[in-house]
Design a protein around this ligand. Structure first.
Ligand code: 5GP
Ligand code: MG
Length: 177
């Protein structure tokens, strides 16, 4: 059941633009950046940020994807760890500043799995994390470098993130499960 609208289409666009600007500021440009989206919705958020950076900085930023899935199908059951099914990263990550992009940060276990997989691929100069919604309940010491919005949730709530590319609209809503 839908309860609270957290972000409208306009909000989401503004937030992604701010994050894109913060990425440029922190990295003093986009020279050694690689943008990596986490399947599925993180990939579309990553590609929007990348397009904004291409338009504002005038250069194409290499990008890639990580496909990471939770064994758990109920987000309330936190016993299993996420598994990296595949990585598609068409450039060397060694010496690069990687920006991981995902829609929701919860326990932190998906990002931990992503870091593990990345460390097997090379030695990046840095790994940074961009997240649209931080819903709290962290179980690991992982925090976003770039955050759209902090949305405290109870364990009976989930955050529904809709993106145009997959869902036909841009919207973030808190729902009762
Ligand atoms: P974590 O691994 O931090 O526990 O969970 C984060 C991953 O699970 C992200 O890839 C995110 O897509 C998904 N996730 C966890 N909780 C939610 C939620 O409330 N809503 C949505 N849309 N995804 C969630
Ligand atoms: Mg996900």
């Amino acid at each position: 059941r839908e309860k609270t609208i957290v972000m409208t289409e306009e909000d989401m666009d503004r937030v992604l633009r701010r994050i894109a600007n913060e990425i440029v500021e922190k990295n003093r440009g986009v020279g050694d950046l690689v943008i990596l989206g986490i399947q599925r919705r993180g990939v579309h958020l990553a590609s929007r940020i990348r397009n904004m950076l291409r338009d504002s900085e005038g250069s194409k930023i290499p990008s890639g994807e990580l496909d990471i899935t939770l064994y758990r199908d109920d987000l309330a059951v936190l016993s299993d760890d996420p598994v990296v099914h595949s990585t598609s990263i068409p450039v060397s990550i060694s010496g690069k500043n990687l920006v991981l992009v995902d829609d929701v940060l919860f326990t932190g276990r998906t990002i931990r799995a992503a870091l593990d997989a990345l460390m097997d691929l090379g030695r990046p100069a840095s790994v940074q994390l961009a997240i649209l919604i931080d819903r709290g309940h962290r179980e690991l010491p992982i925090q976003p470098d770039y955050l759209g919005k902090m949305v405290p949730t109870s364990s009976s709530e989930i955050v529904e993130v809709k993106v145009k590319e997959l869902d036909g609209e841009d919207r973030v809503v808190i729902c009762d499960r």
